[in-house]
Design a protein around this ligand. Sequence first.
Ligand code: UDP
Ligand code: MG
Length: 230
Amino acid sequence: MSNVQVPKAEDLWKGDKPVFDPSKVTVVFVLGGPGAGKGTQCALMVKDYGFVHLSAGDLLRAEQERPGSQYGDLIRHYIKEGLIVPMEITIKLLENAMADAMANPPKLTDPKLEAGWENGKGRFLIDGFPRKMDQALMFDKVVCPSAFVLFINTDEDKMTQRIIERSKTSGRDDDNLESLKKRFKTFRETSMPVVDMYRKEGKVADIDSSVPIPQVYEQVKAALNKHLSF
Ligand code: UDP
Ligand code: MG
């Protein structure tokens, strides 16, 4: 692996306020094990609620492939090993993507949904992040305090079956049994404490994704209606 220098958080964020104002910008974290169905549910929510969907994993994979990126090899290594990429990289990618969306709001045909992006407002689903305590604390402090967490989860056998199926078409380096075992270990040991912290704060909605997609989505909609005012 290359020995590129990762910038330090204190050099990236100098202000004492988060970049985005949580009274205008709604951030919903979407967490759950690999293959739990986070991306699938996010796509449904984008259509019905006018969210912009940002997948931390997708942003990292795009950065990995970006010509000229100094982080390509580093990201490739962490993803293959199921490890968490240093938070400075992931948080900066998310912040940049949020700023892009705020500057160029999505084109929505429903005026009610369009209003969610007027006058400096915005709504984001942040999928697959935060997966480690340091990321969670830093994002809430420097980028935007999150509104609540959708915790979409099922058992490891089901998730394994789904990833094996997905591996036929995903082209992802980490959709194989060896990487998947490491991803589950990281999820249990490193990501679950984040969910537990938010749970203590009363910010977690538990979604059982062992049932068919429309039934998962019913639970998701009920959680959004309960936790958000739109
Ligand atoms: N990843 C990371 N930091 C994050 C999110 C993802 O380092 O905040 C890396 C990690 O190695 C993870 C991989 O990206 O295993 C794939 O994440 P993704 O969310 O795409 O996988 P999913 O859980 O959706 O299968
Ligand atoms: Mg995903």
